[in-house]
Ligand binder design. Structure first.
Ligand code: NDP
Length: 274
């Protein structure tokens, strides 16, 4: 019988992870199945447990369960420990290993696929949930001159600032604190786009030659990328590249083989035409 994997979240219908992992398994000749599972908001751990009992080998975890996935893991990789958020689970010999491949996927998409260097740049990270946490350390490793975290709940942004200040220049606040600021790279790591919303950003927040990056992906340009375009930003990126890159990292963890990603990103882009 094929090895069995899944992505778990709520909502989950928008997820393209099953398509990506099917492409990776075809490309690498791995014998595996991969499905999407909708977990009730109050039954994440129970849904994972049923999946394990069915013989599941690993899961990807998406909104809003990454912090909970961290709590149910018996062991964490170093990057998941730093993020305190888990997007990949490995079930092995009665143990649950939790990893976070989001940050590595994001950085690979920005620096390799998009050829955008962060070094000495001013970076704004919107959001302080699981995806933002996963991005903190990988972003700071690229030595931006300043990393600003803005979040609707200011306290959560402040907690991230406290946790990661050791690794670089980090400041935090809510969206009203951004007036008069300009950034070279703005990353939307909120789930606002999932609901067709946009955190309130002041006009003039994008510097010349800046990159607007929305972790969200979908059939249409997100509200954040629409706003960036209206502000004259030419470099717009949705989360498809990150999605494929973080999936490749998870695939490597499960199967020990690193799939080629460029053709899979192209295929996904064909589907969305954003
Ligand atoms: P979480 O639920 O952990 O965090 C959600 C974040 O969004 C919080 O900071 C929350 O603020 C903020 N938020 C939600 N709604 C609004 C709103 N209306 N206005 C302002 N802020 C809002 O989600 P994740 O961190 O896991 O995911 C965030 C996004 O990133 C999702 O869209 C997800 O699809 C995407 N993502 C994409 C990936 C990819 O590979 N492309 C990988 C991972 C995530 P508050 O703290 O105030 O509640």
């Amino acid at each position: 019988m094929s090895d069995f994997y899944a992505v778990i979240g709520n909502p989950i219908a928008h997820s393209r992870s099953p398509l990506i992992h099917a492409a990776f398994s075809r490309q690498t000749g791995q014998d595996m199945r991969y499905e999407a599972i909708l977990a009730p908001l109050d039954a994440f751990a129970a849904t994972v447990s049923i999946f394990r009992q069915r013989g599941g080998k690993g899961m990807n975890v998406t909104v809003p369960f990454k912090l909970e996935a961290c709590r149910i893991s018996n062991r964490l990789t170093e990057r998941a420990g730093a993020a305190q958020a888990v997007n990949t689970l490995v079930f092995d010999a009665g143990e649950i290993l939790g990893d976070n491949t989001d940050g590595a996927g994001l950085m690979r998409d920005i620096t390799v696929n998009r050829k955008f260097s962060l070094t000495a740049k001013r970076v704004l990270l919107m959001g302080a949930g699981g995806a933002a946490r996963g991005a903190m350390l990988p972003l700071l490793e690229h030595e931006p001159s300043m990393l600003t975290i803005a979040n609707r709940t200011k306290q959560k942004a402040y907690e991230l600032q406290q946790q990661f200040s050791y690794y670089g220049n980090v400041v935090s606040g809510d969206y009203s604190d951004l007036r008069g600021e300009r950034f070279d790279l703005i990353i939307n790591a909120t789930s606002a786009s999932l609901h067709g919303k946009l955190p309130l950003l002041p006009a003039g927040i994008f510097a010349m030659e800046s990159l607007a990056y929305d972790m969200m992906y979908g059939d249409e340009r997100t509200p954040f990328l629409q706003f960036a375009k209206q502000q004259g930003v030419a470099r717009l990126a949705d989360g498809i590249g990150m999605l494929v890159e973080q999936a490749a990292e998870a695939f490597f963890l499960w199967r020990g083989i690193r799939p080629e990603t460029a053709s899979v990103i192209d295929a996904m882009r064909e589907k969305f035409k954003v």
